[in-house]
Design a protein around this ligand. Structure first.
Ligand code: FAD
Length: 461
């Protein structure tokens, strides 16, 4: 079989890359190992109900009028209208530290006011930082620079630095306690200056829309079709071999599965060992709606640290509870869910090796998952109020779940700490897009797919 363009991976970056290619080219083939698209951000069914695997909130919110905003540019590039998505903006989000908190929303002025009120000696410093960030081009090529060190040049209060970093690290860092400054700038804009939203419906609606677009432009998706290896001669990619042994020849290959994951398919050496990758555990609690009155009414996401300083590193225990994210997906604007249930989600750092060492045959693994959801609930109740008595169903995804369902080594949601910003790893016709190209989150990974196709393929047609 032959396809002109092959995209490996039906996550959000692969879908976006394939749609963009299919708008201008025939013969685009997307290969996804699983029976469903979405990758890290997909869905599953339990008790006749759909559960999202990843969605807390989507970054990069922009009003329709902001024509140059990344979100609106992305939608234009994929020929998606805003009405097809439907937007529910966050109400407020909170950074919750011992004795200190900051609120932010989709109006950046709220964060500015919070900082002048609660960190008044830092107010001018923060404005100077924002002024300089606004003039920084995060797409300029640079080796890794510590965002924390740059923040320390502007700000004196270590709590403020930690509080600003906490949401950014939790929503996009593959480094311990820090992040590359380029990515900090991208995340600062997308999280604080633009803000958070949820699409109408569930992630399934968004994924169905993307699949429809791809079909509409004539692209093909093959589900349940894993790539076993990439065939290369010297610096040229010839095609791929599927897990069922079939060969597909191609002229261009876009891989969205990760840098080392792509290298594994090429038979070349892994760059980053598993214990240098950051893994997380995500818990979902389905709760009787009657408990809602006890919970925060206006908080969409709460990024917390129980300690000062804030640490963001691989825990020595199976899960680290000192910090994390609490997502309250019922607190978006203009949502009128008619379910009898609401959901709470938590994200905490996890130790991949410790999860790996648990026997899966003896029931120990399931027992450990159960212990973790119980502990996660106990840890967050002091922050959001008690809800354990209203839990009707709970589940959690460990680093092993993420690894199994997405192929991400060590279940590292944000991939390798080594990012390939130009998407090129030494082959003429192979491009890396998605998480390891350096754009993170749902919108970031889609932007990456589109940007890499524009730069390396469409601009050369
Ligand atoms: C628990 C959790 C919560 C999250 N919350 C948010 C959030 O609230 N907001 C947000 O913006 N982002 C969130 N994210 C992050 C977001 O989901 C990701 O950044 C984004 O989806 C990454 O997309 P991707 O296409 O780059 O990678 P992936 O989603 O990993 O897609 C890669 C795809 O490649 C497939 N694949 C792998 N190997 C092969 C192979 N050999 N052959 C064929 N196919 C293969 C995988 O099955 C997968 O479908 C969350 C992620 C998780 C896990």
């Amino acid at each position: 079989m032959h396809a002109h363009y092959v995209v490996i991976g039906g996550g959000l970056s692969g879908l976006a890359a394939a749609i963009r290619l299919a708008r201008y080219n025939d013969n685009v083939l997307l290969l996804e190992k699983h029976s469903r698209v979405g990758g890290l951000n997909s869905y599953y069914y339990r008790n006749n109900r759909l559960f999202e695997t990843g969605l807390h909130a989507i970054t990069n919110y922009a009003d329709k009028a902001a024509k140059q905003a990344p979100l609106n540019k992305l939608l234009r590039q994929l020929k998606i209208s805003r009405d097809e998505i439907g937007f529910h903006q966050q109400i407020l989000s909170e950074i919750n530290f011992p004795d200190r908190s900051l609120i932010f929303s989709n109006d950046f002025n709220i964060l500015l006011e919070e900082i002048s009120e609660k960190f008044s000696p830092e107010s001018d410093n923060f404005r100077r930082l924002v002024h300089d960030l606004d003039r920084t081009d995060p797409f300029e090529s640079h080796p890794y620079r510590s965002a924390r060190a740059i923040l320390e040049d502007y700000l004196d209060d270590p709590d403020l630095i930690d509080m600003l970093l906490c949401p950014i690290l939790y929503y996009g860092s593959s480094w311990e306690n820090d992040i590359d400054f380029k990515q900090f700038v991208i995340m600062f804009r997308s999280l604080y200056q633009e803000g958070l939203f949820r699409p109408a419906g569930t992630i399934k609606n968004l994924l169905d829309l993307l699949v429809d677009k791809l079909n509409h432009f004539g692209g093909t998706i093959k589900l349940g079709t894993g790539v076993r290896n990439i065939i290369a001669t010297g610096e040229k990619i010839i095609g791929v071999t599927l897990e069922n042994g079939e060969k597909i020849l191609c002229k261009h290959l876009i891989s969205t599965i990760g840098l080392d994951e792509t290298r594994s398919l090429l038979g070349t050496r892994k760059e980053v060992p598993d214990d240098r990758r950051l893994s997380f555990v995500e818990s979902i609690f389905q709760i009787d709606k009657r408990i809602r009155d006890r919970l925060p009414q206006d908080r969409t996401c709460i990024f917390y640290s129980k300690t000062r300083p804030f640490t963001f590193e691989q825990p020595s225990t199976i899960v680290g509870y000192d910090s994390g994210v609490i997502s309250l997906p019922f607190n978006f604007r203009d949502l009128n869910p008619d379910d009898d249930f609401i959901e709470i989600r938590t994200t905490q750092l996890a130790n991949y090796r410790k999860w790996l060492s648990i026997s899966r045959d003896t029931g120990q693994y399931d027992a450990m998952k159960c212990d973790h959801t119980g502990e996660s609930c106990r840890q967050i109740e002091p922050i959001i109020g008690s809800f354990a008595d209203g839990i009707t169903y709970s589940d959690c995804f460990t680093p092993l779940t993420v690894e199994r369902f997405t192929g991400k080594h060590a279940g590292a949601i944000y991939g390798s700490p080594h990012k390939i910003s130009d998407g090129i790893i030494g082959y003429d016709n192979l491009v890396i897009a998605g998480t390891d190209q350096g754009f993170l989150g749902i919108i970031g990974s889609m932007l990456s797919g589109v940007a890499m196709v524009n730069k390396h393929i469409l601009s050369k047609l």
